[in-house]
Design a protein around this ligand. Structure first.
Ligand code: SF4
Length: 441
């Protein structure tokens, strides 16, 4: 009995690091010491995240203008900044729970400001392609993919580095209804600019040589022609950088698939001419389906609740990211999105939640951010917290506070609080800021 009180085992905890949201993590908690003792089933990133309350790098106290203070003053200062702002930016939110995202969105709406999320930087090119409506979007949930897919392509994506359990839980190794022997019933193909650990695990590897005329779009275009059987004039498409022999073999393999999936990563979405590449890969998927081969395209999402942020925006506004509530047309990519409003100096304050734009934005945008007051809400110190006007520490979502998050395929999951902490949640802080802002309107 005494032992039971000292140690608690949490079965099936959900990992709040990446959008796989693995829900089979087993955690042993030292109840007396309020510490996580052991984490099982998670990958190295998941373990690190669960153990992060015990690690260095926490933002320990609220800070205003470089001086430590208390929550009352820091929240008061944040409200004052937002009150004065004519058009604030609210940005980040992909590492927050769904309910915190809702409150942040309300702040942006009340202030007629700009609300944007990390999707604006990472996967923004998929949506314009879909909105063109030229082609249907073939998509499936991860459970369907695990059950049915026997041909798996990772294109511009290396889950071994970014989502280490993606292969074992959803795509390559698990047993599925039509892949009873797991990996033995599946073929994995990697298409990427670099050799990686994934190459060793793949049945086929195709190197992308963008500089030598063998870029992603060209490869997808050639494969599409091969799938359609349009080989006339194919030679004109082939340039020096393409390993045509492998492309032909892979196209042949795709045509024979029972069910296939292309997991597309940032190697495509965040590269030069990404929109052309996305369009070409969508065309390949479309051609395969028209030839009677079931294929889906699945974007690899990164942050653990970026999909929650997208779903919320779609529900509330009809748009996936980057909305400006001061305009009649609230969503105009290239105008209402975070980097554009910063570039044009349109926002006069920023509320950043769980993001580090000082590390992730281009230098010229960071320089412009330096000209406006920044309020940062985050459990951890970062270059952005260091240069902010107000930094407010929070509990770590999914470890020190519970939340709802959406897996990369849109499945909502509940994240449990594992240990107690002295910090309020980001939602509590946002609610207090919201109340202050509304009072002043
Ligand atoms: S793959 Fe992602 S969600 Fe799963 S344990 Fe690793 S970091 Fe956590």
């Amino acid at each position: 009995m005494e032992e039971e009180e000292k140690e608690k085992i949490i079965e099936a905890a959900v990992c709040p690091f990446c959008a796989c949201l693995c829900d089979d993590v087993v955690i042993s908690v030292d109840v007396e010491g309020n510490k996580i003792k052991e984490v099982r089933n998670a990958c190295k990133f998941g373990v690190k995240k669960f153990l992060s309350p015990q690690n260095e790098g926490r933002l320990k106290k609220p800070v205003v203008d470089g001086k430590e203070t208390d929550y009352e003053r820091a929240i008061g200062k944040a409200v004052e900044i937002l009150r004065k702002a004519k058009k604030p930016l609210v940005y980040g939110l992909s590492n927050s729970g769904y309910n915190a995202q809702r409150v942040a969105l309300e702040i942006a709406k009340q202030k007629k400001g700009v609300y944007d999320i990390t999707e604006s930087i990472c996967h923004n090119l998929l949506y314009p392609e879909l909105r063109k409506g030229k082609k249907p979007f073939y998509y499936a949930l991860l459970d369907e993919i695990r059950d049915n897919a026997n041909t798996i392509i990772y294109w511009g994506s290396n889950p071994v580095e970014s989502h280490p359990r993606h292969l074992s839980r959803f795509a390559v190794y698990p047993v599925g209804r039509y892949a009873m022997r797991g990996v033995l019933d599946r073929e994995m193909i990697t298409i990427d600019v670099v050799d990686s650990e994934l190459k060793k695990l793949s049945s086929w590897f195709l190197r992308v040589n963008p500089g030598a005329g063998g870029g992603d779009a060209k490869i997808a275009e050639i494969m599409t022609r091969l799938v359609k059987g349009e080989t006339n004039g194919l030679g004109e498409l082939v340039e020096g950088g393409i390993d045509l022999d492998t492309v032909v073999k892979i196209a042949d393999r795709l045509k024979k698939a029972f069910y296939g999936v292309i997991f597309v990563g940032l190697g495509v979405f965040s590269s030069e001419n990404a929109s052309k590449k996305v369009e070409a890969i969508l065309s390949l998927v479309d051609a395969l389906n028209k030839e009677g081969v079931k294929f889906v395209l699945f974007p690899m999402k990164g942050h653990f609740n970026v999909v929650g942020a997208v779903q919320l925006l779609l529900r509330e506004t009809g748009y996936p990211y980057g909305v400006d509530f001061s305009r009649d047309r609230i969503f105009v990519p290239g105008k209402t999105t975070v980097l554009d409003v910063i570039e044009r100096g349109e926002v006069d304050a920023a509320l950043i939640v769980g993001a580090d734009p000082y590390s992730s934005f281009p230098r010229d945008k960071v320089r412009k951010l330096c000209d406006i007051p920044l309020i940062v809400i985050d459990p951890f110190e970062s270059p952005t917290t260091i240069f902010s006007s107000v930094a407010i520490p929070t509990a770590i979502t999914g470890v020190e506070t519970d939340a709802i998050a959406y897996r990369m395929d849109g499945l909502p999951l509940k994240l449990d609080k594992i240990v107690d902490c002295e910090y309020p949640s980001d939602m509590e802080i946002l609610e207090r800021i919201y109340e202050g802002v509304v009072e002043s309107l």
